[in-house]
Design a protein around this ligand. Structure first.
Ligand SMILES: Nc1nc2c(ncn2[C@@H]2O[C@H](COP(=O)(O)OP(=O)(O)OP(=O)(O)O)[C@@H](O)[C@H]2O)c(=O)[nH]1
Ligand SMILES: [Mg+2]
Length: 274
């Protein structure tokens, strides 16, 4: 089987850090997770990518090119569309090129795709969906990491509707919260959207004017069980493990797992902790 996670979220929310944290955790627990960088504007990340879109095309190239002359956002869209058009390149890099590998490969592949932060790529442009269809045609199974709170949830819903995949919302950077702040967090982790929205309602003219809309949004979020956020504290091994387990469960990884664990040797006690 081939398993994949697409990591999406606002700029700087910790997507690349999530990728490298999961990869390190996998190594520590005798699993192999590979990372593919699909951000053509990426400058730094703390992992060794299996595939890097920048080997195919770079945002700077599209901006400096005399004919194209894109700005950073147009350049990004161009790069991803270029990737889709040159999907054979990606297929070669991911699958070693031969169709036989895709059909008959006995080992599991588990790949995390580190995506660019521009949400419009997945909400209303076809690039995100094209990419997903491509990967699905190569037998990848999926999940998605969504964005922030009520507005993030709406964005996540919009992504879900557009790309038609199951997803898990992750609240990153938990290590930055004080103990007191963490205690208050529970109401946000599994919040009552109606209660949260009613707070918004009374506070502003906008809220009063759009009360019906807010209620409808609350109902929508509620009935799709969208508002569940999983906290991630990358400095806490337990937390990293829990997030990976939840995601594995969503993409149905590890259902025939006991066979797999014997493929690996005993862990090296000198392995670095995260
Ligand atoms: N303390 C803490 N810092 C984090 C965490 N995740 C990310 N950061 C920091 O936040 C900054 C951005 O993290 P990245 O992982 O590069 O975020 P990104 O979403 O990949 O960013 P873009 O690719 O630019 O959209 C870096 O300085 C990270 O060190 C976290 O869980 N805890
Ligand atoms: Mg990044």
């Amino acid at each position: 089987m081939r398993y994949a996670q697409l990591v999406m979220g606002p700029a700087g929310c910790g997507k690349s850090t999530y990728c490298s944290t999961m990869q390190k955790h996998a190594t520590d627990t005798q699993r192999v997770i590979n990372i593919v960088n699909l951000d053509p504007a990426a400058e730094v990340f703390d992992y060794q990518p299996l595939v890097d879109i920048r080997d195919l095309i770079n945002v700077e190239d599209t901006m400096e090119d005399e004919e194209l002359h894109f700005g950073p956002n147009g350049g990004l869209v161009f790069c991803l569309e270029y990737l889709i058009k040159n999907s054979d390149w990606l297929k070669d890099q991911l699958c070693g090129g031969s169709d036989e590998d895709i059909e008959g490969e006995p080992d599991d592949d588990y790949i995390i795709f580190d995506m660019p932060g521009q949400i419009e790529l997945y909400t209303h442009l076809s690039v995100g969906r094209d990419l997903v269809q491509l990967l699905q045609s190569w037998n990848f199974q999926f999940m998605i990491d969504g964005a922030k709170f009520i507005s993030g949830t709406m964005a996540a819903l919009s992504v879900m509707v557009n790309v038609e995949l199951p997803h898990v919302n992750i609240l990153s950077k938990m290590d930055l919260l004080s103990k007191g702040a963490r205690k208050q967090l529970d109401r946000y982790l599994e919040p009552d959207p109606m209660a949260l929205l009613s707070e918004v309602n009374t506070e502003s003219a906008w809220g009063r004017k759009h009360q019906k809309l807010s209620e409808a949004i609350g109902n929508l979020i509620d009935s799709f069980s969208l508002v569940r956020f999983i906290p991630l504290d990358i400095s806490d091994e337990e937390s990293v493990n829990e997030v990976l387990m939840i995601v594995d469960n969503v993409i149905q990884y590890g259902e025939d797992f006991d066979v797999k664990t014997h493929d690996f040797e005993t862990p090296d006690p000198d392995d670095e902790e995260i």
